[in-house]
Design a protein around this ligand. Sequence first.
Ligand SMILES: [Fe+2]
Ligand SMILES: [Fe+2]
Length: 289
Amino acid sequence: MRILHDRDLSAPPLPGPCLGEVRDTVAESVQRAADRSWSLADLDWRRLRPEVLTDTDRSAVRFISFIEDHIPGYLSWLMEMFPVVGEEIPVEEFCLRREYFRFFVTWAADEERHASVLTRYQTLAGMAEPDALARELAEECRKRWTLPYREPLQAFTYTLIQEKATQLFYQQFRRVVHEPVLRDLLNRLARDEARHFALYSHLVGIYVRDHRGRALAPMKEVLDTFRMPLADTLGGYWRWSLRIADAVGYDYTQAYEALARLVSDYADAPAGEDADTLLAFVDSVRKLA
Ligand SMILES: [Fe+2]
Ligand SMILES: [Fe+2]
């Protein structure tokens, strides 16, 4: 089901949030990342029991390795969306982007760790030989990845849904896995993704609070065109992802509920004269799930 566009596509982006609020939000998220950081050495690799991995486990680990390993592409896209080099950037806009940058580099370090730990897992579990795996990942990683979005709210909305979807997948996958190191690993990944979701959700929440009904059109565009990362570039993506989703009992559209809840929280806020518009949006998002 598609949500119809109702926006003038030449309209300028919505004004950004207040700098102080973004600064505080980012500082809190970066601090939480530092407080909850972990490394590959924190996993007890001696407990690894590859013999209990099922074919589905192995297939899913290979699949999520491709997705996490694409971090150079995701980060490049964010740097294109929020450039921080160039004197033509207005200072006010630069200040906001400078705060986002603090988060992006912390976020990228988390995602890089996810890529590294999955690579380590594959090699220690005997699923792949390191150099062959590096080349296989490189085939996909070097493919250009981009999104058709033009404004910050859309970038944040996309990442909000994608981080929540990834978190839900890891939680669901962990429920069906018996291999102890993979269980620990999935737990750590899910916790990191939940932390990423919290930051993007906070930013989208600021837009909805500040712009209410006017924030909905850019978000609708994202829902209309939503694809999980690499859906259009990774060979065999659709069949592979459906098979895994089926095996672990997961559906990425469950993540839409997080966006619906966020918007509905603002529908009844004081001075909410457009509450009906917000609730209609919530309703249409829920129908997508
Ligand atoms: Fe990740
Ligand atoms: Fe993430």
